[in-house]
Design a protein around this ligand. Structure first.
Ligand code: DC
Length: 220
C-alpha cells in the first residue's frame, strides 16, 4: 500500500515546524523535520572542527552519523547517542546548516535518511525540497510562506519571550540572507513544488493555517 505523504515547504520562519507538528499529531502520522537533519550535520561538523566547505569530510559524517528522533510533545534529537536538542535552534547552527545544505553531495548523502521516514499510516515532511526532490509524488503539497518582515517579527518575539536579547532589523536581514542562500543554490533550491497549494501565513493565525492544511488532506 502507498504511504500518503503531505509535504510542507517554505522559507525559514514561515511556521512550517509548528504547522507540520500539529497536523502530524492530528492525523497521527509520522513527522520528518528535514531541517533538523541538516542542523544535526552542522552540529557534528562544528563539533569536529570540520571546514564547512570540506565536502569529503562532510559527506563522510553525513553517511555515518546516527540520528534518533523522539517526538512526544516536542522534538528531541540525539546525535550518536548524545542529545543535541538545545543546540538545534541556535543561529550558529541555522547558519551552518544552510551552508552545508548548499553542497549537492551532502544533499545526495542525506536523501535516503529522509525517504526512510515514509512509513504507515502517513508522513508529514517539512523542509525546503520535500515536494520537489525528496517526495515529488506526494499526495498533498503545501508551500507555506510569509513576508520577511513578518517572519523576522515572529522570530524576534520568540527570542524576547525566551529572555534572549535580540535586534529586529538584524534578524530580518539574517532571514533575507538565509532566503537568498536557500533559493539561489544550484541544487534543490527552495522553490514552489509543482502541484503545491501556496499559503501565505502573514495575516493568518497559526490555527487558521493548521485548519487550512487539515482541510486539504481531509477533503482529499
Ligand atoms: O528549516 P530549518 O531552518 O531548520 O533549516 C535549516 C537549514 O537547512 C536551512 O537554511 C536550509 C537547510 N534545509 C535544506 O536545505 N533542505 C531542507 N529540506 C531543509 C532544510
Amino acid at each position: 500500500m502507498d504511504v500518503p505523504v503531505l509535504t510542507i515547504d517554505g522559507p525559514s520562519g514561515a511556521g512550517k515546524g509548528t504547522v507540520s507538528r500539529a497536523v502530524a499529531r492530528h492525523l497521527k502520522w509520522n513527522y520528518l523535520d528535514s531541517g533538523s537533519i541538516y542542523r544535526s550535520l552542522a552540529i557534528a561538523a562544528l563539533n569536529e572542527d570540520v571546514d564547512l566547505q570540506d565536502i569529503e569530510r562532510l559527506t563522510a559524517i553525513a553517511s555515518t552519523m546516527k540520528l534518533e528522533f523522539h517526538c512526544e510533545n516536542e522534538l528531541q534529537v540525539f546525535l550518536n547517542g548524545k542529545e543535541i536538542t538545545p543546540l538545534l535552534g541556535t543561529e550558529t547552527t541555522g547558519h551552518a546548516a544552510s551552508v552545508v545544505a548548499a553542497h549537492p553531495e551532502v544533499r545526495a548523502t542525506l536523501l535516503q535518511k529522509q525517504m526512510d521516514f515514509q512509513q504507515l499510516p502517513g508522513l508529514v515532511a517539512d523542509g525546503r525540497d520535500m515536494g520537489s526532490v525528496v517526495f515529488p509524488d506526494a499526495l498533498y503539497k503545501v508551500y507555506l510562506t510569509a513576508s520577511a518582515e513578518e517572519r523576522g517579527l515572529r522570530r524576534y518575539k520568540q527570542l524576547i519571550e525566551k529572555g534572549i536579547d535580540a535586534n529586529l532589523d538584524q534578524i530580518t536581514q539574517e532571514i533575507e540572507a538565509r532566503d537568498w542562500r536557500d533559493t539561489q543554490r544550484a541544487t534543490a533550491p527552495l522553490t514552489i513544488p509543482s502541484g503545491a497549494i501556496e499559503i501565505d501565513s502573514s495575516k493568518m493565525s497559526i490555527d487558521q493555517v493548521i485548519q487550512r492544511v487539515l482541510d486539504l488532506v481531509q477533503q482529499g
